[in-house]
Design a protein around this ligand. Structure first.
Ligand code: CTP
Length: 432
């Protein structure tokens, strides 16, 4: 019996999919189809898949052409499958031409011509709502949103607004955007979502203007250093039925969600101390200290909750410039410490010490793709990782898409209460 295998996502099952399965079957007597699993697709950056794995499998099955369906769950699985299922021929569309030549060591490789003018990407673009994102900025760096937005289907950064037209034009050229403006009203006509990436003292005003214009907003954090204003903004967005999302990517990143789950389900026992450290790198803006502090308070609230008993802080200054800041939050007998280095260096790290083990996230923990777990029972240190490229913006945009689809304006991932707490602490620090 000659066995053939082919793989695909098979999202929004279409004629091209049917054709390739039909022709693949003609290469042998028994056809196995590997359908990509959700986490495998997310890992390789395919965030836009619409149909569930169950639906995609069902659609492949309904063709009546397939003898066996398997799920492709990890990079490199194809080689194991070829050996495990004793495959004679591997068939794939010629969009992959040359990419799988190395498999010819294990079986015959066949690239088939793709059916013209149809693809899942095209169907997604034709059938689902499109959202144009516009950047409001006073700088010329996009924080990777242009590239990352393209990975979530329906989203595209199309324009940029800046008070300074030169800055807007520079951004337009640098990122190949459709338009640049220094007139807000014309800019708003072009977009449904805005990303506010301005100096801290402009954010509050820009959020209000954008919500007033009926736009959903993603804004760098903190929005403001005034807790009352933060509450007003959140309420204003809810009243207008618009989304106002904090640009803190960590909470949308899979390894952090996994870490939260593990800590909260008691894997390291009771948390007795959490330390979160970050120091400034290249960007040299005066408000960066507060951005870093906001980013560091977030994992503490997510892991240990909003109900700290008390907090205090200490700032080390030289010539009126804050060199280093530390915040302590007391939770009963447990404690959380934030260290933010402005001119003084600290190692970027989150360490969660529990009665039964320790979890550590090192390096760029705010866009983490791994953490380490060390239990006190003597078992070996374990590393949990999920690879992804970029800074994680795509996961935040995917959440925005889900909120839009579900007609929900308040994030369940980072609540209004949590965002409010962050600003409360920052306000105290900034008034010292
Ligand atoms: N395929 C094809 N002709 C098409 C579309 C897909 O022959 N018009 C083949 C692919 O080459 C692959 C298989 O169908 O061998 C599964 O492809 P998949 O990536 O799931 O479909 P696409 O439509 O290419 O999806 P996307 O646009 O998301 O890349």
């Amino acid at each position: 019996m000659k066995k053939v295998i082919t793989y695909g996502t098979f999202d929004l099952f279409h004629k091209g999919h049917y054709n390739i399965l039909k022709r693949a079957k003609e290469y042998g007597d028994y056809l196995i189809v590997g359908v990509t699993g959700d986490s495998y697709d997310i890992g390789r950056g395919k965030l836009s898949v619409k149909d569930s794995l169950a639906t995609r499998i069902e659609n492949v099955k309904k063709t009546g052409l397939v003898d066996e369906i398997i799920v492709e769950e990890y990079l490199g699985q194809k080689i194991s499958d070829i050996i495990k299922y004793d495959i004679d021929t591997f068939v794939i569309g010629d969009d992959w031409k040359g990419k799988f030549d190395h498999l010819s060591r294990y079986c015959e490789m066949v690239y088939l011509e793709r059916t013209k003018n149809i693809s899942s990407t095209k169907l997604r673009e034709e059938n689902f709502t499109k959202y144009n994102i516009g950047i409001i900025t006073d700088q010329t760096d996009d924080n990777q949103i242009v590239k990352e937005a393209k990975l979530v289907s329906g989203f595209e950064v199309t324009s940029v607004y800046s008070e300074d037209m030169k800055c807007a034009e520079k951004m337009q050229e640098k990122y190949g955007l459709e338009a640049s403006y220094n007139d807000l009203n014309s800019f708003y006509e072009d977009v449904q979502v805005v990303y506010i990436r301005t100096a801290l003292d402009k954010r509050y005003e820009m959020i209000i203007k954008s919500l007033d214009a009926g736009k959903h907003v993603i804004c760098d954090v903190p929005f403001t250093l005034d807790a009352q204003k933060q509450v007003e903004l959140a309420q204003m967005a809810v009243d207008k039925n618009l989304i106002l999302i904090n640009n803190i990517k960590l909470v949308y990143i899979q390894v952090f969600i996994q870490l939260l789950w593990m800590v909260q389900s008691g894997l390291i026992g009771d948390v007795i101390r959490l330390e979160c450290s970050v120091s400034k790198k290249d960007r040299n803006v005066p408000y960066l200290f507060y951005e870093l502090m906001a980013m560091s308070i977030c994992p503490i609230l997510k892991i240990m909750g909003n109900n700290y008993d008390d907090f205090n802080f200490k700032l080390i200054r030289k010539n009126n410039i804050v060199e280093f800041g530390t915040v302590n939050l007391k939770y009963g007998d447990a404690e959380a410490v934030i260290n933010v280095g402005n001119t003084i260096r600290v190692d970027n790290k989150i360490e969660i010490i529990g009665t039964e083990g320790t979890i550590t996230m090192r390096d760029n923990w705010w866009r983490a793709n791994y953490f380490e777990l060390e239990k006190i029972d003597g078992s070996e240190k374990q590393v949990y990782n999920v690879n992804f490229e970029g800074n994680g913006f795509k996961f935040l945009i995917r959440e925005l898409l889900q909120m839009l689809q579900n007609d929900r304006v308040v994030s369940k991932t980072l609540s209004i209460e949590e965002a409010g707490r962050i600003v409360k602490i920052l306000q105290a620090v900034s008034q010292a």
